[in-house]
Design a protein around this ligand. Structure first.
Ligand SMILES: Cc1cc2nc3c(=O)[nH]c(=O)nc-3n(C[C@H](O)[C@H](O)[C@H](O)COP(=O)(O)OP(=O)(O)OC[C@H]3O[C@@H](n4cnc5c(N)ncnc54)[C@H](O)[C@@H]3O)c2cc1C
Length: 474
């Protein structure tokens, strides 16, 4: 029987789902899968994007872990495609590669003042509070008034984490540096700005409602924003999600303020014009133009200019993919050009043996669940494309390990991830927390590669027993 030696680059949900679907699929060939990730730990943005106070979503990691623990996938963490392993290497060792490298950068925003001190991308802040190893440990949380630009769930995540009392995050996996950073934050007012109206937001109801449940935070909305035009009225009447969102937003119009020490303001119909310099090269204010519906589903400026004093601005207007060495890239959309997951070159011709899935395939929109249907499509095309797979010169599984070893790559494997996982659970146990993340990359690698590492105190509980059970499976 033919054997497909498959490399998947990116151990986020898209890469892991692709492996799972392929392994479970009815097929006429055997499969052996190696999953590479640039980070020493798997799960991509589920670990480093999903907010720490969303344990239910973080819980998806359990399902992804089961896939890795099936014993049929090898994990190579701390391996960066383009540096530690190249396209030629993949061609030498595999029949095909699926890129599932996601999108981790902030999309750019062309407004004057975007480069001022105090102007940040949401992705950088998210990486910081989620303990990403490659961002600085300190975040400049020294501002009382802050703007967040965007009307999607990432804007809500950023606004919520900025406004939430740090102690309320202590039950989560946030690392110590994040807790102490947030503890010292003097923030009093977080202003969220959207270009369109309350009936056009991209929030989901659960995430919006959550804002109103924060301790010691008053919600502030403005009556002038709630005069729906015909299209908005229709949307509220016909779309259940918009109906619920509208109900939540309207409930805050009449809710009395409690005198909370922090306020979270939602501003609609606000088109960013400029991040205003305070005279020292730092953010001093956010200037915007009021908009109104243009009657064609969009908005137009009203000419009314307003300014809100803020000392920091976070833009949460979307993520953007990064180009990969020797792989075609659409610089406008930030994706790998593809036809249903089959990668295309500049002349729209198929690049044999190369596939894409997840956010790098279709752009940074959609929930984790969407990466599953994505993966299904990509895997189907890969499976049907056998005639065009590469013919590797060294297809045996040991040869990749020898290659990485010969280059001195300190890769981490599945056993290593289990060790790090245990270690993090152990760090959380004494304080009754589920986990405390290790942030430092060297420490992550050291714990992972330590073989019989001493597990941090407190890891001996029912959870440990259950997890050790799953280790034995691999
Ligand atoms: C802030 C934020 C909050 C979110 N919250 C939710 C939520 O609550 N619920 C929900 O359903 N969805 C949420 N999402 C969306 C969800 O995270 C994505 O749908 C999903 O993670 C996309 O999966 P992916 O595998 O394509 O990319 P990713 O999860 O980004 O995984 C890509 C992986 O590729 C690796 N990689 C990248 N480049 C290389 C390279 N050169 N070499 C090797 N490896 C590489 C990365 O390290 C990463 O592990 C959120 C997204 C963000 C940004």
């Amino acid at each position: 029987m033919t054997k497909l030696r498959l490399a998947i680059v990116g151990a986020g949900p898209a890469g892991i789902y692709a492996a799972d679907i392929l392994l479970k699929a009815e097929r006429k060939f055997d499969v052996s899968i190696d999953l590479f990730d640039h980070l020493p730990a798997p799960y991509g943005l589920v670990r480093y994007g999903v907010a720490p106070d969303h344990p239910r979503i973080k819980g998806i990691i359990g399902a992804l872990r089961d896939v890795l623990d099936s014993g049929r996938i090898r994990l190579f963490g701390n391996v960066h495609y383009g540096r530690d392993i190249t396209l030629d290497d993949l061609k030498n060792h595999y029949n095909a590669v699926i890129f599932a490298t996601g999108a981790v950068r902030d999309a750019g925003m062309a407004v004057p003042g975007i480069d001022l001190e105090g102007s940040y991308g949401a992705a950088e802040f998210v990486s910081w509070y989620d303990g990403h190893p490659d961002v600085p440990r300190d975040w400049p949380l020294r501002h009382r008034e802050v703007a967040v630009i965007g009307n999607g769930n990432v804007a809500l995540d950023v606004a919520r984490i900025l406004a939430k009392p740090a102690d309320d995050l202590l039950v989560t996996e946030i690392p110590e540096n994040v807790y102490s950073g947030l503890m010292q934050s003097p923030v009093t007012d977080v202003h969220v700005f959207g270009r369109r109206g309350p009936a056009q937001v991209k929030f989901t109801p659960l995430e919006l409602r959550e804002l109103g449940e924060l301790n010691d935070v008053d919600m502030v909305v403005h009556d002038e924003d709630f005069e729906p035009d015909e299209a908005s009225r229709l949307a509220i009447e016909t779309n259940k999600q918009i109906f619920v969102l509208n109900k939540v937003l309207n409930s805050w119009r009449t809710r009395p303020r409690t005198g909370a020490s922090r306020r979270l303001h939602l501003h609609f119909w606000a088109k960013p014009l400029e991040i205003v310099d305070d005279g020292t090269g730092s953010v001093g204010a956010f200037r915007y133009e009021r908009t109104r519906p243009d009657g064609q589903g969009g908005v137009e400026g009203t000419g009314e200019i307003r300014e809100v004093p803020v000392q920091a601005v976070y833009r949460a207007i979307g993520y953007f993919g990064s180009p990969l060495d020797e792989i075609p890239f659409d610089r406008r959309r930030g994706v790998i050009p593809n036809r249903e997951g089959q990668v295309l070159d500049d002349d729209d011709q198929l690049v044999h043996g190369v596939y894409a899935t997840g956010w790098i395939k279709r752009g940074p929109v959609g929930l984790i669940g969407h990466t599953k249907s994505d993966a299904m499509e990509t895997v189907r095309n890969l499976a049907n494309d056998q005639a065009n797979w590469w013919i590797p010169s060294s297809a045996d599984e040991q040869s990749v390990i020898e290659l990485l070893d010969s280059r001195g790559v300190e890769y981490t494997d599945l056993g290593g991830w289990h060790r790090l996982d245990q270690h993090e659970l152990g760090l959380g146990a004494p304080a009754g927390r589920g986990r405390v993340k290790v942030v430092d990359r060297d420490e992550m690698v050291t714990v992972s590669r330590a073989g019989d590492v001493a597990v941090a105190d407190g890891a001996d509980g029912p959870d440990r027993a259950e997890r050790v059970g799953s280790i034995a499976l691999t």
